[in-house]
Design a protein around this ligand. Structure first.
Ligand code: GAR
Length: 191
């Protein structure tokens, strides 16, 4: 089986990135990770990726326009031969031109049951609203923040006494299971 080349964009610790890299080791996984790139040269996930033998690229976005920065990332993704892009804790709003160039080929994981709680502080908002459940969503990336078609979700209960941190931990465990599975099934369907 020819595996689809996947690039992963991160800004931080990269635990979802690590889950995608681990899953890609299996023979029947339809993608291989060809690049991990970051807008934060200090992102901890870069060292994790390098330790796993993955090529990394880091460039700070500071002092650059959104368009100019995204053009730098886009050039690296193309140079690496990526066919799909997975955002994994990539905390940057993307320029419309960049998004258009990867339409149907770029996915994100967001820590809420979309369309609920787009943006930041998803767990704190779910608890404050008195929700019985939280969760995470894998969705296609469009120009609107956290707005593209949802391709998979996982739910967890919100328990009495939960804090944003305890709920985030419970959801993160599900993220690590959901993201590789959802991406693999999307790529199997779309080639
Ligand atoms: C994850 O919980 C992910 O869902 C979230 O950031 C965390 C990154 O953790 N993403 C967003 O909030 C995107 N809007 P990780 O770096 O350990 O994967």
């Amino acid at each position: 089986m020819t595996k689809a080349p996947l690039a992963i964009l991160i800004s931080g610790r990269g635990s979802n990135m690590a889950a995608l890299i681990d899953a890609a080791r299996s023979d029947d996984c339809p993608y291989e990770v060809v690049l991990v790139a970051s807008n934060k040269p200090e992102a901890a996930g870069l060292a994790t990726a390098r330790a796993a033998g993955i090529t990394t690229f880091a460039h700070s976005h500071k002092g650059l326009s959104r368009e100019d920065f995204d053009a730098i990332i886009d050039a690296e993704l193309r140079r690496a031969g990526a066919r799909y892009v997975a955002l994994a804790g990539y905390m940057r709003i993307l320029s419309p031109g960049f998004v258009a160039g990867w339409a149907g080929h770029m996915v994100n994981i967001h820590p809420s049951l979309l369309p609920l709680y787009k943006g930041l502080d998803t767990h704190g908002r779910a608890i404050a609203a008195g929700d019985a459940e939280g969760g995470c969503s894998v969705h296609l990336v469009t120009a609107e923040l956290d707005d593209g078609e949802v391709i998979a979700q996982a739910r967890v209960p919100i328990l009495p006494g939960d804090t944003a941190e305890s709920l985030a931990d419970r959801v993160l465990t599900e993220e690590h299971r959901l993201y590789p599975e959802a991406l693999a099934s999307y790529i199997r369907r779309h080639g």
